[in-house]
Ligand binder design. Sequence first.
Ligand SMILES: [Zn+2]
Length: 235
Amino acid sequence: MKWSYRIARIAGIDVKIHITFLLLLAYFGVSDWRDGGAYQGVLSMAFILLLFLCVLLHEFGHAMAGRHYGIRTPDITLLPIGGVARMQAIPERPWQEFVIAVSGPAVNVVIAGGLWVVLLLFPNLLDEAHPVSSEILPNLMTINLALLAFNMIPAFPMDGGRVLRALLAMKLNYLKATKIAARTGQVFAAGFVLVGLGWNPMLLFIGLFVFTAARQELDDVKFREQIEQDGGYRI
Ligand SMILES: [Zn+2]
């Protein structure tokens, strides 16, 4: 991906950040600095970094599950809209796709659950006397639950779309399963667009994005099926 820079290599996977991610970080840092002083600026940048650490761990969840099935992930890129783990192959069996797709959201469940236990065991972390932990920890827990809910929406390219397709593909053929999953995704997307038109431009944008992605996934699978029927690639 253009404008992406490698910041680390973890477990043989390059971790990259897209330049726009740094712009987002700077934007929130500076605007909160102006509104609430240096302390607020640093706090909100720390929160964004922790949030993206959670996104990174989510992507590592997918990558490690893929590795279990022999699928390599050369890199993970962090973008302002989230993370992308680039896998070198498509999981062959529906069961494998299912495991790889749920392994990301499962990480968010573990993080949210872990934070919940910590806050239960150490309720004084929520005291106003500890402004850093009382502000960051509960928000981090909520945002992990939000990431979980968002990713599990049964629509491509979200993990939920892949989970749905994998479950359907255990009973139906792959193309038919993809068709149903793509249509379901488009129904959700149309709902987002309708709600977004009235109340929330961000939702409108997500709806259009999901709608297109569903279409694209369907086209990709049709194309692959066609090649298989023709007896493979001919160069
Ligand atoms: Zn994911």
